[in-house]
Design a protein around this ligand. Structure first.
Ligand SMILES: NC(=O)C1=CN([C@@H]2O[C@H](COP(=O)(O)OP(=O)(O)OC[C@H]3O[C@@H](n4cnc5c(N)ncnc54)[C@H](OP(=O)(O)O)[C@@H]3O)[C@@H](O)[C@H]2O)C=CC1
Ligand SMILES: C[C@H](O)[C@@H]1OC(=O)[C@H](O)[C@@H]1O
Length: 253
């Protein structure tokens, strides 16, 4: 097992990519801490599944856009699980909207959740790991959108480029503490975040046609790469960005 005896924490772990990664971390031997917006009741089934795998879990409800959520989440992890080895900044939103009439509030909210939320969380997780003095691994869920654009994502793609850049800079800042920082760059993965967008079958087929592996991604496609980057198998990998997109990005012609 790749994460035997480790403590793994993830934001946005109640749904989609975060949920798949949380379950895989438990399968790989980690205790799992999850934070998200939903009620504790809504994650009971997920926590039960983690328990059935023989692992401890905790759920902390909060909005990552608020700095105090990061403080509260880390305090809960310290008191209930006793440490932190792998931290994944995953929570995010993507409210598709045209550029010319984008409301300022949509821009603000997207930046606050995706970029400031990631920053607050990564900073608190890093402070925790430095205090512990046993190194660690931090992974941010960025996107293929850190590298390419989207007409209805002008407020979103810069946040994903920012998260990718955050991992590059924190890799330098935290390397001396034995903390590795990397990002995963998913392509288009079927989750609730894009259910409405992908309901447009013509658009969905257009995306599939660009993917050499011939299908959109599923949340489980990210779980392995996230666990790998958190594990000692990736012990000399830091400041890296791993595209998980079925080959979409490199498909020029
Ligand atoms: N799906 C895709 O194609 C891609 C996704 N990504 C990134 O992957 C990450 C996970 O998204 P994905 O699994 O697809 O989508 P989901 O909507 O399934 O999961 C995102 C989770 O984050 C939670 N969340 C949203 N806002 C906040 C907040 N302010 N505080 C705490 N939790 C919050 C959501 O809660 P709630 O459901 O209540 O809103 C949800 O549980 C995101 O960062 C996204 O940008 C990157 C590339 C592609
Ligand atoms: C949510 C979108 O479908 C998804 O988000 C990303 O980051 C990808 O680039 C896709 O556009």
């Amino acid at each position: 097992m790749l994460l035997e005896g480790k403590i793994f924490a993830i934001t946005g772990g109640a749904s989609g990519i975060g949920k798949a990664a949380a379950l895989e971390a438990a399968r790989q031997g980690a205790d799992v801490a999850i934070t998200d917006l939903v009620s504790a009741e809504a994650v009971q089934q997920l926590l039960r599944e983690i328990g059935d795998l023989g692992r401890r879990s905790l759920y902390y409800r909060g909005d990552v856009a608020l700095a105090e959520t990061a403080l509260g989440f880390m305090a809960a992890i310290e008191s209930q699980l006793g440490g932190l080895d792998v931290f994944v900044s995953n929570a995010g939103i993507c409210p598709f909207h045209a550029f010319l009439d984008l409301p300022a509030e949509t821009l603000r909210q997207t930046v606050e959740v995706n970029l400031l939320g990631a920053y607050f969380m990564v900073q608190e997780a890093a402070r925790f790991m430095v205090r512990q003095g046993r190194g660690g691994a931090i992974i941010a869920v960025s996107s293929i959108s850190a590298l390419v654009g989207g007409a209805y994502q002008t407020h979103y793609t810069p946040t994903k480029a920012g998260v990718h850049s955050l991992m590059q800079s924190t890799a330098i800042a935290l390397g001396p503490h034995g903390i590795r920082c990397n990002s995963v760059l998913p392509g288009t993965i079927r989750t609730p975040i894009n259910a409405d967008d992908l309901a447009d079958e013509t658009k969905a087929q257009g995306l599939i046609d660009r993917i050499p592996l011939g299908r959109l991604g599923e949340p489980e496609d990210l779980a392995g790469p996230i666990v790998f980057l958190g594990s000692s198998l990736a012990g000399y990998v830091t400041g890296a960005a791993l595209l998980v997109d079925g080959g979409c990005f490199v498909n020029l012609q």
